[in-house]
Design a protein around this ligand. Structure first.
Ligand SMILES: [Zn+2]
Ligand SMILES: [Zn+2]
Ligand SMILES: [Zn+2]
Length: 66
């Protein structure tokens, strides 16, 4: 019996997110890579959920800066 496959392989290089500059795991990949179609703002449209929009008048619930 071997229980080695529990996902604790930290020696595998984790990809750095291009948008928030944080390393992410496979289970978080959706947040960092899946584009969100927010039509309210042209700047953050199509950006993944982790992206923070720097637009002054951004009304996007997902991306606006808090
Ligand atoms: Zn990210
Ligand atoms: Zn947005
Ligand atoms: Zn925006």
């Amino acid at each position: 019996m071997s229980d080695a496959a529990t996902g604790e392989q930290d020696d595998v290089a984790r990809p750095l997110c291009y948008h928030c500059r944080e390393p992410y795991r496979a289970e978080d990949a959706g947040r960092h890579t899946e584009p969100i179609n927010c039509d309210v703002c042209y700047r953050c449209k199509g950006m993944p959920a982790c992206y923070t929009c720097g637009h002054m008048y951004c009304t996007c619930e997902v991306h606006k800066y808090r």
